[in-house]
Design a protein around this ligand. Structure first.
Ligand SMILES: [Zn+2]
Length: 116
């Protein structure tokens, strides 16, 4: 879709036939990655089972890569669906957030959404 950040040519970390990963430009922790289907759909609920499988495969690859490079102690995996829930780019995506012992994150900046 024209004008969509995630439909444009971002520098990809990993990719397969149906999805790709990038590092978040505003990371809440080192290694904060996004898992994104190539097809433009606005809501995570509109992703097909095949696209989910492709995203799942990349999630495992990305976890292995992050574990090797940054050795996080845990992860958060989440999706914001809709502006009210804090979705900023209206192209479905999952956040993979590495977590480190004794390092908090400010998730509300990513999740508070529009308060009209
Ligand atoms: Zn898009």
């Amino acid at each position: 879709m024209v004008g969509c950040t995630f439909c444009s040519r971002l520098p990809k970390v990993l990719q397969n036939e149906l999805a790709y990963t990038v590092y978040d430009i505003n990371p809440v922790s080192p290694g904060h990655a996004l898992i994104i289907p190539y097809r433009h759909v606005e809501r995570i609920f509109d992703v097909t089972p095949l696209e989910y499988k492709a995203m799942y495969d990349l999630m495992l690859e990305m976890e292995a890569l992050l574990q090797k490079e940054l050795s996080p102690d845990g992860y958060n995996l989440w999706a914001n669906c809709g502006k009210t829930a804090g979705q900023l780019v209206m192209h479905a995506h999952l956040h993979l957030i590495p977590r480190y012992k004794n390092q908090g994150i400010h998730i509300m900046e990513h999740m508070q959404g529009n308060v009209d």
